[in-house]
Design a binder for this molecule. Structure first.
Ligand code: AVJ
Length: 319
């Protein structure tokens, strides 16, 4: 009755080609930067799961609170027969939603990690034996082709991950969501909200140093995948609030002048003492901004739900 299939839309070498390009471009420009997607190898995904349990990192708990409270309303408003989830990871929070969507026929988790998709898909099928799971190994920024599944469709992008896209990438992403949806389909979007600087910085610079280890993990990924000789101890974890753009920036700051060799891309990269690599932007939002960005992509904000403490929001928008 139930079924699990996995479609890989990334060529087997796409990941390494993209990593090579990102490292070459990002470390030869000024200021240096690396995209946050390279944090998530097996170790990085484990560290991220650990972050979600830290006392300082409220977004995961806040979003789960909203999902639990609003799942019946989401189900009633969307009537979804297909749930598509971008960046599904462990599909952990989605469980609540899947349980509430009584008419659900197909779940389409989309992630770059095939191992996460396989284990999450198997776990879900034990809990929901009638469900069809059609997993996609894909990078949602590279243009998605979805399987022909029954409508109405609900596309979920949770966790505040949209905040990791730069404004231009965000606009392009929302337009591509509009393209994927048909009239009557819906988008469920998780966004972290602007709040006091101390709370935000603590969420990205925790006392136990888990976020520091997560940030430095990108150096280990480069060492392993591209033959780099980064010593993570040469770098300091930095989290700063950028008030102009209303985003948190994570950076890695060289503790001394040094040169790193990355033989796989034939590169020697010099750092001045104190020089920084920006490794992540995590934008924080306000209701008006989210409404405007959705509208610019042809999507209409229908519901705006926050947790009781007002730290995080779930938006329900329709095409
Ligand atoms: C859940 C991927 C959006 O930006 O808050 C956590 C990643 N970075 N701590 C976020 C993250 C540092 C996270 N996302």
């Amino acid at each position: 009755m139930s079924s699990l299939s996995i479609t890989r839309t990334l060529p087997a070498d796409a990941t390494s080609a993209a990593l090579r390009a990102d490292v070459t471009q990002g470390l030869t420009r000024t200021p240096k930067q690396l995209p946050p997607k390279w944090f998530y190898d097996a170790r990085g995904s484990e560290l991220f799961e650990e972050i979600t349990r830290l006392p300082e990192y409220y977004p995961t708990r806040a979003e789960r609170e909203i999902l639990l409270a609003r799942a019946p309303q989401i189900a009633a408003a969307t009537d979804a027969r297909t749930l598509i989830e971008l960046g599904s990871g462990s599909s952990d929070k989605t469980r609540h939603l899947i349980g509430a969507l009584t008419g659900l026929h197909t779940y389409v988790p989309v992630d770059v990690s095939e191992s996460a998709l396989t284990s999450a898909g198997k776990a879900l099928l034990t809990e929901h034996p009638g469900l069809t799971v059609h997993a996609l190994v894909a990078d949602f920024q590279e243009g998605l082709t979805l399987p022909g599944t029954p409508g109405p469709r609900l596309l979920a992008f949770l966790g505040g991950t949209i905040g990791n896209l730069l404004p231009g990438e965000r606009a392009a992403f929302l337009r591509s969501v509009h393209e994927l949806l048909s009239p009557g389909d819906a988008l469920l979007l998780g966004t972290d909200l602007v709040k006091d600087e101390a709370t935000l910085v603590a969420a990205y610079d925790d006392a136990q140093g888990v976020t520091a280890a997560f940030n430095k993990n990108v150096l280990q990924v480069i060492n392993r995948e591209l033959g780099g000789d980064f010593d993570p101890a040469d770098f300091e974890h930095v989290a700063v609030w950028n008030a102009e753009h209303e985003w948190i920036e994570m950076r890695l700051r060289a503790r001394k002048e040094l040169t790193v060799k990355i033989t796989g891309v034939d590169l020697a990269v010099s750092f001045a003492e104190g020089e920084e690599v920006r490794t992540e932007v995590s934008a924080k939002f306000r209701e008006d901004g989210v409404r405007d960005e959705l509208a610019a992509a042809g999507l209409e904000l229908r519901e705006w739900w926050t947790d009781r403490a007002g730290r995080f929001a779930l938006s329900l928008a329709v095409r």
